[in-house]
Design a binder for this molecule. Sequence first.
Ligand code: MSP
Length: 648
Amino acid sequence: MTAKKPFYITTPIYYPSAKLHIGHAYCTTIADAIARFHRLAGDEVFFLTGSDEHGQKIQQKAEEAGIKPIEYTDKIVAGFQNLWKKLDISNDDFIRTTEKRHEKVVQEIFRRIYEKGDIYKGSYKGLYCTPCESYWTEHQLDENGCCPDCGRPVQEVAEEAYFFKMSNYQDKILSYIEEHPDFIQPVSRRNEMINFIKQGLEDLCISRTSFDWGIPVPIDEKHVIYVWFDALTNYLTPIGFLDDQEKFQKFWPANLHLVGKEIVRFHTIIWPCILMALDLPLPKKVYGHGWLIVDGDKMSKSKGNVVDPIGLIDEFGADAIRYFLLREINLGQDGNFSRDALIQRINSDLANDLGNLLHRTLNMVGKFQDGVLLAPQGESEIDKSLKADAAETVAFFAENMDKMELSLSIKKVWAFISRANKYIDETAPWALAKDETKKQELANVMYNLAESLRHISVLISPFMPVTAERIWQQLNLPGKFADVQLDDIKAWGGIAGGHKVGTPEQLFPRIEVEKDEAPAKEKPAKQPKENKEKKAKEQPAENGEISIDDFAKVQLRVVKVLAAEPVPKTEKLLKLKVDLGDEQREIVSGIAKHYDPADLIGKNVVMVINLKPAKIRGIVSHGMVLAASQGDDLKVLSVDMPVGSVVR
Ligand code: MSP
């Protein structure tokens, strides 16, 4: 057996100065999906997150609250840990910069670099931004003379301080970045950093004397270490830098530091200089992801648009939030969070596409084969194409997840989910079940659907670990889900013939949209600029033409009306119960003026089955019956075809 490849991934360590918001959760969720993917691919993963607890700001906050800084941070950090647990973050360690193990490492690093001659004592006159805990030079300030990161005023400070000779490493770091195109990603950030270094690196102030909430400088106790020198070294501590050489050799250099775009500079300039001074190799990759904005605006307390992730998780569940963040936003760009868009994704992708596929499949296996999957024999052209799509999806997923193309990868899985739903429509199992001579064909279809779901369960597991396992359990597959590997879906046919599946349980309840109208277009969420441009390209042509792909999104089916009754206190609406062949649904239809309910019962009519559910007069309608109208005349489209037939 070949040794597992180590994969060391980190998130930034978070400041406990404020409550974590959905933007912080975004960063950690990305890292978690990547870590889970690498475990699935068979790597030995070490995934680190933590808290960055020192600095003047924390000390001030604690003083304001009348408590010790550590009491202040203990409480907030417990909140972080609770959030990561609720979001199913699978970190292997959580480092606090207030821990002894970390203090030891920071002091040792200071000592080593000091002894080498790259740290010296001087006097610092500088422009300091307290909220960002950053010093700036005059030419780095923004056009208002304020902090270029947060836009707030800076203060001039002068004090005795220790300096790190970054200037010694300027040329070395520049050539390193130029020679290693993968080191800083995306490429736009790489270019920014190259330009920044070319303006000249100044020596970095790494100690302060004006406050004492920090790690003491080991050779001069009246100084505490400046926060970034303290914070960045966190990445070395838990992988055994001082106490476990074997572990350290295994995991260092880190494969990936995932950080927000505003802290790329610290990770790709200051951190590499520290590592070079220690003669340690540099991390393989620093990826600067974009920011999450809310309804088109940057989150801020003053705008009152800060989204609390705990509230969202309690309302919608962790997997739905994770899915939304990872699917909706392209990693390198800013992306928009909106509640409307989240609900839309839950209803259409999770409840409808994925939930229905599982539910329909298990329902049919139960109804047609007493819950038992029979070994497949032979294959039709449709079966072949489904299997080829599955193999292509797995290969695409493995390749693109490795390249951190998270959104592309999960979209591909969803294309396969749609493909599997379409396979049901194409093979019409309810019709096969009525024909004694088609028993094996039916068995093949049932098997292929369950096998598709086995693939889907594995593929979505880095994104939605809980849902993935629920699908696995409902399929009643053997073994511990935690042991499942990507290799398990490298080939089709992993389910044994004679396997009994479980009973279906709803994966995601549809979220009722509070509207009093018939299904109408959702108000589109405000998009960031770059998305708006992309969306414009996706609009139908001005003459109203749509492509065949647009049309293919509408799923039409012949359904039988089982029951019909007027909706109380309305003149126009009827509530219908319809049979789709593999499930029954309730819909509301505006045809009351044209039909006596009794006349509709037993009719086979055409229905749009993948319309987003809408609440109409308190009833959730799960689809729409088609009708033709002229003037006052209206007739539902009824056809002489069996229930479940696909209309195309
Ligand atoms: N403590 C430093 C990091 C030190 S790492 C050695 C820090 N902390 S932070 O709490 O302010 O930010 C942590 C991470 O959260 C950063 O990567 C930052 O980009 C990210 N985010 C904060 N707000 C965000 C959004 N609105 N959207 C996406 N990420 C955001 O910086």
